[in-house]
Design a protein around this ligand. Structure first.
Ligand code: FAD
Ligand code: NAI
Length: 467
């Protein structure tokens, strides 16, 4: 006999656990199936561990700049195993908290692999919950994604690693090649370089951080170069030859090579749809492995939704949260608004940090907007000077009015100190379709880094203070 639930969710990452918590808080009886560890990629091998290791890099930079503040320190010595223990402590605390929250909301958690069959039947097997059959009035698929690999670079966890293995290293290599200069590649390159590894990024496209505004990428690129990170763009990798005694020779471009201890493959992630069963259902899967959904995350099978990295939307934890909640509201018949994926917040935690929302200058022009742009650098910002972190800028893109001033805000792009914490008001402004005048009327506290956002918007009114 199958156990009945209002909602059965396959996958306990941000998409699945957000749906479970939100649905339970709306009074639904929920089953959540996880084959590995609650929290998914994000908590266990993604956002949280990556940011935790980046924080170690940040502490090291702070120590190295201590002398400028009149504080004498000795040369910092890294014991990466201690770093790893701290990282695991942060993860375990979050996973423990989440497990407790699910219990408190009376979500029934099953340990095993969930597969969906005809008639909303979900079978669980292969885990400590044994073989169980569940029936969900509604079902949410949230099985997430796994690292993509490339031919010729077999992941062995020693010489060739993906993010999964790198995040658990006990010792950093002296030299490394990072294949792919996207979000993961830039975060890892930045972290490893700041902790002493000599890093080369090999990126196939003409630019690292594809999707970022070019002015912002230039700032990151300059900082990487200043810190001796070698960045090679527009190159393809052609395999590697493992060396006797350790390390490998990576072949790329037109006959070029580089000898390194380690290769980190960060060329994107692929949806994990192949273990979901789906026989006898109308759930469709695309050529690239994404479950096909409509604007409300509904699959082709009535009563079955799919969310998070499993679908072809931005692969971000907060998008998983939003889609999980959207699916629950949709099944409750609340007619929720669909997500505008062109205006979601993006934050990349390399040094210097990057954050953005909405159009880049290029995409706004390509979309036919007559734009006005305001760029301000942190060099004149009091708080940035106090911190000793003046590298970076805020760039605002707005519709140009006939009088030459700025109208509706189309995009905001930031690079520099703590910009991942400063995007909030820009995100609200762009999504509220606020005008420059609306935003310029608000007061920014002083001295703060966020004054630069205020100054940059104010300048588009045709008048300004410091900028
Ligand atoms: P996942 O988190 O992948 O969770 C899916 C879960 O389903 C997994 O736990 C898996 O074990 C389970 N599962 C799969 N199949 C089954 C099955 N058949 N039965 C039972 N369980 C199953 N995003 C950000 O927003 N900010 C960041 O800073 C950020 N940093 C990142 C850094 C790294 C190194 C990586 C790799 C990713 C990062 N991401 C970041 C992306 C973020 O982790 C993902 O977008 C997010 O985890 C996706 O959530 P999800 O629930 O869709 O899938
Ligand atoms: P990505 O898609 O961001 O970047 C992959 C990069 O690899 C691209 O620039 C691509 O051109 C390049 N590439 C692909 N094949 C290549 C090849 N053969 N040789 C050289 N370069 C190649 O993917 P990434 O960095 O692996 O991250 C996956 C996803 O995880 C991201 O898209 C993002 O959604 C999420 N993420 C988010 C973070 C954040 O929000 N801070 C941090 C890390 C990951």
């Amino acid at each position: 006999m199958a156990e009945n639930f209002d909602v059965v969710i396959i996958g306990g990452g941000p998409g699945g656990y957000a749906a479970a918590l939100y649905g339970a808080s709306a009074g639904l009886n929920i089953a959540l199936i996880e084959k590995n560890r609650i929290g998914g990629t994000c908590l266990n091998v993604g956002c949280i561990p990556a940011k935790e290791l980046l924080e170690t890099a940040s502490v090291r930079r702070a120590i190295e700049s201590a002398a400028a503040f009149g504080l004498t320190t000795s040369e910092p010595v890294l014991d990466f195993s201690v770093t790893q223990t701290r990282k695991q402590g942060v993860i375990d605390g979050l996973v423990g908290g989440l497990t407790g929250l699910l219990k408190k909301r009376k979500v029934t958690v099953y340990d095993g692999i969930g597969t969906l069959h005809a008639g909303h039947v979900v079978k669980v097997s292969g885990g400590s919950s044994g073989d169980v059959e569940l029936h969900g009035t509604n079902v949410i698929l949230a099985s997430g994604s796994v690292p993509r690999t490339i031919p010729g670079f077999d992941v062995d966890g020693v010489t060739v690693l993906t993010s999964d293995e790198l995040l658990s290293l006990q010792k950093l290599p002296a030299t490394a090649v990072v294949i792919g200069g996207g979000a993961i590649g830039c975060e890892f390159a930045s972290m490893m370089s700041d902790l002493g590894t000599e890093v080369t990024i090999l990126e196939a496209l003409p630019q690292i951080l594809p999707g970022c505004d070019e002015d912002i990428t230039r700032v990151v690129l300059k900082s990487f170069k200043d810190r001796n990170i070698t960045v090679r763009t527009g190159v393809s990798v052609n395999g590697h030859d493992i060396k006797f005694g350790g390390g490998t020779t990576v072949k790329f471009g037109e006959g070029e090579t580089v000898d390194v201890d380690m290769v980190v493959v960060s060329v994107g992630r692929r949806p994990l749809s192949e273990n979901l069963g789906l026989d006898g259902t109308a759930v469709a899967v695309s050529d690239r492995g994404h479950v096909v959904v409509d604007s409300h995350c509904r699959t082709g099978e009535p009563g079955v939704w799919a969310v998070g990295d499993l679908i072809a939307t931005p692969a971000l934890a907060h998008i998983g949260f939003a889609e999980g909640m959207l699916a629950i509201r949709d099944m409750l018949g609340e007619d929720p608004m669909s997500i505008d994926y062109s205006k979601v917040p993006w934050c990349i935690y390399c040094h210097p940090e990057v954050s953005f929302v909405g159009h880049t200058e290029k995409s706004a022009k390509e979309a036919g907007f007559d734009v006005i742009v305001s760029k301000h650098r942190y060099t004149g910002n009091g708080r940035a000077l106090i911190l000793g972190e003046t590298e970076g800028m805020v760039k605002i893109i707005a519709e140009k009015r006939s009088d030459g001033t700025g109208g509706r805000l189309l995009g905001v792009h930031m690079v520099g100190p703590w910009v991942t914490e400063q995007l909030g008001q820009a995100y609200l402004a762009v999504n509220w379709e606020a005008d420059v005048d609306d935003v310029a009327a608000f007061i920014q506290p002083h001295p703060t880094l966020s004054e630069l956002f205020g100054e940059s918007v104010l300048a588009l009114t045709g008048r300004s203070l410091h900028g």
